[in-house]
Ligand binder design. Sequence first.
Ligand SMILES: [Zn+2]
Length: 122
Amino acid sequence: MFNPEVNPNQEKKYHWMCSCPECNTEMVYPVEWDEAGPAHWTILLHCANCNWASEDTYVNADVMDFDESLDRQTEVIRADVNMLVQEAQDHETEKFGAEIGSFIAALYNDHILPSDIARQMP
Ligand SMILES: [Zn+2]
């Protein structure tokens, strides 16, 4: 989509902030950032995939877009973690239910006797 208000160099720079120039993955994240005047930030970027790192100065609009992109990625990761935790809890509940079921079946079939539970007397 063509947007005449967007400077093509800024768009390229924003894309470059998200994508690693070495391995082309989008595993780039900011390590350090400092204001560099009223309209710019100096940011040290690092790639978690290939360990590439570089410091450069970016305009506010690109930094805000990058920040929003990081927020969206954080939300995706948080949703994935919550799903994994829920699956683990469901699995534990299912496993516990199966163990209780086996215990009750063993009780009804007299496979568990008082002597199995009673404390061993010396
Ligand atoms: Zn990389």
